[in-house]
Design a protein around this ligand. Structure first.
Ligand SMILES: Nc1ncnc2c1ncn2[C@@H]1O[C@H](COP(=O)(O)OP(=O)(O)OP(=O)(O)O)[C@@H](O)[C@H]1O
Length: 248
């Protein structure tokens, strides 16, 4: 099959934040992504699960435009923002300056301040990044992504390093921000429950392909012991090669 060069600047299909067809990515002889087809609609929340090394971060980096070596048809809205597991703040700039960094257009500092208020960090505008807790730093990272008003927000394990209680409050915050701004979201996570509590659709990446997809047609906020979620969880865990009984 002929593969076309990536067209990262291509527009996604109408109504979509991202449209990907036949995306492949190899490192040397090793093909990590072997023909990904993926649509993320505007305003849709999609979670991506997969075993360690299955290529989740690679896919996310391609969508973010950070990896230009992939092949296939890749249409991503120009307004794309990313937040990683480690917040990647500039240590010698205060919180407000971190969020305003590189912003163009009208009143960057005012917009940065408003984004920080949305994530509940008004008190920390002048703090240095290294003085923040993990959860606070992750909120700054989210504010920095949001202030760009992305049509597509890419989240790479953003809560993976946080303690359980902070993670729960971050879930609430992300849902709140998503409902207010309605970007398309692709959330990479190892946590099946996180995927089921947040996403409209959960994808499983395996052997370089989207091997499975579960729709989660439940209103939010969701409860992890809801019987539909229990059944979906068991199915997803099996897809990931885990015995659901072991994690009960
Ligand atoms: N720059 C690179 N050079 C060579 N190999 C790479 C590179 N980036 C990723 N890989 C390989 O591609 C595979 C997929 O990596 P990736 O980080 O996308 O997996 P992942 O699903 O995000 O894993 P994890 O859940 O552990 O974060 C891994 O085997 C990794 O070693």
């Amino acid at each position: 099959m002929a593969t076309r060069a990536a067209r990262l600047s291509a527009e996604p299909a109408a109504g979509q934040a991202a449209t990907v067809r036949g995306l492949t990515r190899s490192f040397g002889d090793r093909r990590v992504l072997g023909g990904i087809d993926l649509d993320i609609a505007r305003g849709e929340f999609v979670a991506l699960l997969g075993r360690s090394g299955s290529g989740k971060s690679t896919l996310l980096r391609v969508l973010a435009g950070l990896d230009r070596e992939a092949r296939g048809e890749i249409g991503v809205d120009a307004a794309v923002a990313v937040s990683f597991q480690e917040p990647r703040l500039v240590p010698w700039k205060r919180v407000l300056a971190n969020v305003a960094l590189g912003l163009r257009g009208h009143d960057p500092v005012g917009r940065a301040r408003a984004a920080l208020a949305e994530v509940g960090l008004t008190k920390h505008l002048n703090a240095w990044p290294l003085t923040l807790s993990g959860g606070e730093a992750q909120r700054v990272s989210l504010a920095r992504a949001l202030v760009r008003e992305p049509a597509l927000l890419l989240l790479d394990e953003p809560f993976g390093a946080l303690d359980a209680l902070t993670r729960i409050s971050m879930h609430r915050l992300v849902l709140d921000l998503w409902e207010r701004h309605r970007p398309g979201i692709l959330l990479v996570t190892h946590d099946v429950d996180e995927a089921l509590l947040l996403a409209d659709r959960v994808l499983v990446l395996d052997e370089g392909r989207i091997a499975h997809e579960s729709a989660v047609p439940l209103a939010r906020p969701r409860h992890r012991d809801h019987h539909d979620l229990v059944a979906l969880r068991a199915g997803l865990l099996r897809r990931l090669g885990v015995d659901p009984e072991e994690t009960a």
